[in-house]
Design a binder for this molecule. Structure first.
Ligand code: SF4
Length: 471
């Protein structure tokens, strides 16, 4: 039984993709740690990166090549100022050299030192191999980016966290979570909090959850205040800017927090609610598509769903919502995401978009349901409903970019999450026909049956129906 923390499921990083950007970036960092441990660093005169499978097929559009260069440069995706990304990449390309691990400068030719191999490695669709050369030896290491920024090293995929038995309430399945809630007479968020406390102090949990929320809020704020066209060649016009302008009108604010307060004063009939929620989701994914800072939730492609639904709760449902509500929401969302990760996948290369938007929608639905007073049974039911209506959703990004259908799809995931929460709140959970664990298992079976054309390869669906030339 693997212990997955809320902070594993919700990670601060850089867009556009958790599996194709954040994961490879982290893999490069791990590789650097390995060569340092082998005392090779000072003698390295070349580094080569081989990308395989989906990382190769959609790697250009998902900025995998940039991610490995940034990782090899020693940059941290959580803290790097996003405006310095261009500077680092341009320097590598212009000088044909890289400042490896921020320690030594070696030659690096992007065209030949990053190799896009179309074949798939056996363990996972997202494989990448790093090779370091010295005058006398070479060292090779293979990693897999298994979704949501999680990375495993070849032949170590079954390694579990050392803290695996540290959780007082170890959870693999929704049924186990529910049993703990019933036995302890606790909400899901309270059970999750107990587990988190076994890993870090209450103060740390508090600060880190609020740091995640602040990052989400700032991301929505930036997205709603940035106009123009997204990079990548599809000429996708940012829509959050205009939508936000129409919704907010002339009301004054000066920063993300005063903005949030002001939104509470706007008119919110059904149409405006739909537009606000969509606007929040669009804003995050437009920032994500432009290599901005986002919270992986549980992936970057689906990063807009959870902030949009939490913001909906804060500005529309509960004007008194405070830090405690935010923490509660994120803890429930994280736990539901981890149940999907353990029982199925959060990798689009393994399960299509049901693994991204479907899971994020389920996470948001469950979290919202608890905030609105749902019982643990209803929370799990909300998550189940949200996923049930995403089963089979394919991943077919046009041009390999995390833009179409990805950005809009976050709005759909967010709205579905709200609907699922409301349905669950109006239902006696005893009458549920499909338990959450069944839908998790079904999602995994569906993932295995899905043709690889629809699993983040851009070889089917919209990706071939609509070409770059059409855009
Ligand atoms: S289609 Fe869905 S799974 Fe695929 S890249 Fe876009 S958001 Fe991610």
């Amino acid at each position: 039984m693997e212990c997955i923390s809320v902070f594993d499921m919700l990670k601060i990083g850089v867009g556009p993709s958790s599996s194709h950007t954040l994961g490879p970036w982290r893999a490069a960092e791990k590789f650097l740690a390995e060569v340092r441990a082998k005392n090779m660093m000072d003698n390295i005169n070349r580094v080569k990166v081989d990308l395989y499978g989906s990382l190769s097929l959609t790697g250009k559009g998902h900025a995998t090549d940039l991610a490995v260069m940034l990782g090899l440069s020693g940059a941290d995706p959580e803290y790097i100022p996003v405006e310095s990304i261009d500077v680092i990449i341009s320097a590598i390309k212009n000088k044909n050299e890289i400042f490896l691990g921020n320690e030594i400068i070696i030659p690096f030719h992007v065209e030949t030192d990053i190799v896009f191999n179309r074949n798939f490695l056996p363990f996972h669709a997202n494989g990448l191999t790093f090779t370091a050369f010295t005058d006398s030896e070479e060292y090779t290491s293979t990693f897999y980016s298994i979704g949501g920024g999680f990375v495993v090293k070849e032949n170590e995929d079954n390694q579990k966290s050392e803290s695996k038995n540290a959780f007082p309430f170890p959870i693999d399945k929704a049924t186990e979570l529910l049993e703990y809630c019933q036995k302890e007479n606790k909400k899901i968020s309270e059970i999750v909090f107990e587990n988190e406390k076994s890993m870090r102090s209450e103060e740390e949990i508090h600060n880190e959850l609020l740091r995640i929320w602040d990052t989400m809020l700032e991301c929505m704020y930036i997205g709603c205040h940035t106009e123009g066209t997204l990079p990548g060649g599809l000429n996708v016009r940012r829509r959050a800017y205009d939508m936000h302008k129409n919704l907010i009108g002339v009301l004054p604010y000066e920063d993300p927090h005063s903005w949030l307060q002001i939104i509470r004063q706007t008119e919110v009939k059904f149409r405006q609610i739909l537009k606000w929620v969509s606007c929040f989701a669009l804003s995050v994914n437009e920032v994500n598509a432009s290599l901005g800072r986002v919270v992986t939730a549980p992936t970057n492609g689906s990063a807009g769903v959870i902030p949009a639904v939490l913001m909906y709760y804060m500005v529309i449902e509960n004007h008194d919502a405070n830090e405690e509500h935010i923490k509660q929401f994120l803890m429930v969302a994280g736990e539901i995401g981890s149940i999907f990760k353990k029982g199925a996948t959060i990798s689009a290369a393994m399960g299509g978009c049901q693994a991204e938007i479907g899971v994020s929608s389920a996470m948001a639905a469950g979290a919202l349901c608890e905030m609105m007073g749902g019982t643990p049974e209803q929370v799990l039911m909300a998550a189940e409903i949200a996923m049930e209506h995403h089963l089979g959703l394919t991943c077919d990004p046009i041009g390999g970019l995390v833009q179409i259908p990805c950005i809009e799809r976050n709005t759909m995931g967010a709205i579905k999450a709200i609907n699922a929460a409301e349905l669950a709140l109006e239902t006696d959970a005893k009458n549920a026909k499909v338990p959450l664990d069944k839908v998790v298992a079904t999602m995994w079976e569906t993932a295995k049956d899905m043709n690889s054309k629809y699993k983040e390869t851009s070889e089917g669906g919209l990706a071939i129906g609509v070409g770059l030339a059409d855009c």
